[in-house]
Design a protein around this ligand. Sequence first.
Ligand SMILES: Cc1ncc(COP(=O)(O)O)c(C=O)c1O
Length: 442
Amino acid sequence: MYDFIKKQDKELFRALEAEEKRQAEGIELIPSENIVSKAVREAMGSCLTNKYSEGYPHARYYGGNEIIDEVEDLARERAKKLFKVPHANVQPYSGSPANFAVYLATCEPGDTIMGQLLTAGGHLTHGWKANATSLFYKAVQYGVKPDGYLDLKEIARLAKKNKPKLIWVGATAYVREFPFKELAKIADSVGAYLAADIAHIAGLVIAGAHKSPVPYAHIVTTTTHKTLRGPRGGMIMVTRKGLAKDPELAAKVDRAIFPYLQGGPHNHTTAGIAVALHEASTPKFRAYGERVVKNAKALAAELMRRKIELVSNGTDNHMMLVKCGAGRGAILEIALDTIGLTTNKNTVPHEPSSPFYPSGIRIGTPSVTTRNMKEREMKLIGGWIAEVTKITKDEELPKEKSERKAYLASFKKRAHADKQLKKLRKQVLTLCKKFPIPDSFV
Ligand SMILES: Cc1ncc(COP(=O)(O)O)c(C=O)c1O
């Protein structure tokens, strides 16, 4: 692999080889990550990256696009068929621009919007104060109840009071099934657009392992690289309900992507999305989606059996949130990384610390399921997480903010030298060797 890079760029070649090794010899537990097939990688490395094609199929601003049109049509038609929607745009460069395009298609600058609070699991682009969306739109944020479920009564109250033009449903760290029907009722009662951001759960929706937002939302956005197991990219879909509310909505969404927000589409990514959507249309993908959820439930059960506290005491989807004590998320992330388990520190609902030094870690099963791991391996992984928690139980983030960076750097060094962690690292490596990264899923 990487033969040409090897010949002409030794530095980059070494980095690529090191990353290949890291991925093969570690267990990826970040819920927003996955492993793509070799077919998706071929598409991403194809000649389509050479082509400019501003516009949409059969209406381009550049010549020579007949074949690009075929590729984009293929991706669009596959998306429409799989999600059962009348319109799909596959050009967003990623999930964040897809979401920004939804604002452009449905709102005027200064309009009120509603979305889930970042510290309660929502995404930056749903109106978080440090995101551009809160600069251009008046963002009202909603949260979750102490039990981890969305606070529907509060959402209804806020909607009635603020009369938003757009309401988001969807999140980046939410472990329960999204109540699309209930959110639609709230949005309809105030005449708002309902946009479902299914970036995390798109693959589960296709597999039938999570209910679909399509009958309830006007617009659906997604990334293509999480549970959908495609290249890094985004899509926007308009539903029949959306077209009934505004027959121009599909045209507005297309205009919002090009020419409002983006220039030429990334055609190699479009081809990768077409490959991933084809893979997602097979019975094997249905089994994959179901297995992702089964594995998450098995891992959550093992963690709880080992007295690890989880937000909402479990999961309905592919992820869980471990509560690890005020400000201890980074400590656990570093310690787990030391043994080869990759996770990410994350806020927990009603976060007692801060988004920089949060009190939880986020764990998910899309990637380990792609590697064909099942309940037995989830028990092993749960056991390792519990062991690491025990080994690091006396570590505490300094109260003094200025001391925290240095403390974490020194903890990282100590973790790498720790004998107990070294022993666990060997066990993780043995498991990785038994479950090599697969090449193909069809
Ligand atoms: C719910 C949700 N929406 C949107 C995004 C943004 O996607 P991207 O990182 O591709 O811009 C993410 C990414 O984590 C997400 O979780």
